[in-house]
Unconditional design. Structure first.
Length: 531
């Protein structure tokens, strides 16, 4: 008997069709991967199981969970099921956790809501749940707060909350999207182990085929609210039938056509850069500690080159990026852009700074939602001595938007009116506004669907050819770095441990850490029969 059975589920929200005749099942101990782009309906399917739907939603069909008819239950009855019979792991752990409550109280809260037990017992069981997700007591006491943990550690806390009562079904909604490759591999292994240990079923939701390829027993592929293909994982990858499924697979391995040839002339030179931070005093009269975030880093980025920088969270990538952009002064070494220092005295060199721009990971978070696109893309104008005004300003905006595949009329819209891929195009347009020579891409495609990611990579390759741009491509997604960069730097604990031509680094890694990163990266199984 199936643990979860969904039959012909349809969902309308204010008369707009969201899901149409969705059917799938999850057995005890089974992992079912639900794959699709944003808007495919995969998350709404999960929210229908939890009955966490927006106002105006109407479900038809049938959802059965452990013998319960979900669609016939009242909200009070659903509250008894959530957390008890079904747990959920959300995509962004920082927003899923309460920043003003310690992790012990947050995990214990699930137990206290569902069971009449003393708080001391709930905290003891919370400790057990945290131990199970590999957050041992000696390093992670119950009194820790979310801001004191890394992204992967926060996600483990969210998983502990979801499994505290050992539910029969676990729903994981994009649980590894923002994590680096080694942390992602650890979280996927952890989820798989918990499923096997507890015999629970798991609905694993992802936009990336490679993430679920090794762990899922069955794959369900969704498009525009419908299931277009399903089957056992080993069989479905070798025999994809639906055009959408085949296009998803092609996008996962897409390599943009890059025709730009770099020259030996270095555009950016980093020489023996050191960046340290002073830690808080542990005792009143004790000397403050010091941590070296960047230790003696040196490299060159050539004109027209795309240079990759990879490494785990905390390795120093972001600190080094801020130093290159002139946002944080370094304690040792020097950074030169076309022979000119990035810092003059204790201030960033304005003439150098205007020749560099950055594209951030989260395009929505990097924009002010109150302003229209025309004002947002003009933000870099503050670096110019005489920014264009009037018709010249409008012409510059139209040119930048057109160059990234948008229309001049899009300048009158607000950022919430665009999809994730369109927002990232606007972020790239903003970076192009003052015609920089170097663009730093900080995890610029890590949160995008595979097909949107492929489009953005093609766009970046095209812009590089048209405008002679150089890129510093920072990413934890090794598959992206491999297809978009000429050379690659591998960073660990503030140091560059390996560098070289990208394909050479990936095909024949020399440093043990590089081999560890490559081994942790998810990979698609043999797909020879997919075409």
């Amino acid at each position: 008997m199936s643990l979860l059975k969904i039959d012909n589920l349809s969902l309308d929200i204010r008369r707009a069709a969201i899901l149409r005749d969705v059917s799938l099942s999850v057995d005890p101990g089974q992992i079912v991967g639900v794959i699709g782009e944003s808007g495919s309906g995969k998350s709404m399917t999960a929210f229908s199981v939890m009955q966490l739907l927006p106002e105006g939603a109407r479900c038809t069909g049938a959802i059965s969970l452990s013998g319960h008819d979900i669609l016939s239950l009242s909200e009070a009855e659903m509250c008894k099921l959530r957390g008890n019979d079904v747990g959920m792991v959300f995509q962004e752990p920082m927003t899923a956790l309460n920043p003003i409550r310690n992790i012990g109280d947050q995990v214990a809260e699930t137990i206290l809501i569902h069971e009449d037990v003393p708080k001391s017992e709930a905290l003891a069981r919370a400790r057990d749940a945290l131990n199970r997700v590999e957050l041992p007591e000696d390093r992670f006491p119950l009194t820790r707060y979310p801001h004191e943990l890394s992204g992967g550690q926060r996600q483990r806390v969210v998983i502990a909350m979801a499994i505290a009562l050992r539910p029969s079904l676990l729903i994981a909604d994009e649980p590894t999207t923002a994590l680096d490759v080694t942390t992602q591999a650890q979280i996927l292994d952890l989820l798989t182990r918990l499923v096997r240990e507890d015999g629970m079923g798991m609905l694993m939701i992802s936009h990336d085929l490679a993430v679920v390829a090794d762990m899922a027993d069955e794959i369900v592929i969704m498009q525009k609210g419908e299931v277009v293909e399903r089957g056992p994982s080993p069989e479905i990858f070798g025999n994809l039938q639906h055009p959408y499924s085949i296009s998803l697979l092609a996008a996962s391995t897409h390599a943009p056509d890059r025709s730009v040839q770099s020259v030996d002339d270095p555009l950016l030179s980093v020489r023996d850069v050191v960046r340290t931070y002073t830690l808080p005093r542990k005792k009143l009269f004790a000397a403050p500690g010091v941590v070296e975030a960047v230790r003696g880093v040196s490299f060159d980025l050539k004109r027209g080159e795309s240079l990759g920088l990879v490494g785990e969270s905390g390795c120093g990538k972001s600190t080094l990026t801020r130093a290159i952009l002139g946002l944080e002064e370094v304690q040792g070494g020097e950074i030169l852009f076309d022979g000119d220092p990035v810092f003059t005295g204790h201030k960033a060199n304005r003439d150098v700074r205007r020749r560099m721009q950055v594209v951030f990971q989260d395009p929505y978070g990097s924009f002010n939602p109150r302003h229209r696109v025309d004002r947002l893309v003009c933000e870099p104008f503050h670096l110019l001595d005489e920014p264009p005004k009037g018709a010249a300003r409008d012409e510059a905006i139209a040119e930048a938007l057109t160059s990234v595949g948008l229309t001049p009329e899009d300048r009158f819209k607000y950022i919430h009116e665009f999809s994730g891929g369109q927002r990232q195009r606007i972020a790239i347009a903003r970076a192009l506004m003052i015609k920089p020579e170097l663009i730093i891409l900080d995890e610029a495609v890590s949160a995008l669907d595979v097909q949107v990611r492929a489009q953005i990579l093609d766009l970046l390759a095209d812009l590089s050819a048209r405008f002679g741009l150089s890129y510093l491509f920072i990413s934890h997604d090794l598959s992206v770095v491999r297809v978009i960069t000429d050379r690659c730097l591998v960073m660990k604990s503030g140091e560059i441990v390996e560098q070289g031509a990208t394909e050479q680094v990936f095909a024949n890694p020399q440093h043990p850490y590089t081999r560890e990163l490559i081994a942790a990266a998810p990979d698609l199984p043999d797909t020879a029969g997919a075409a």
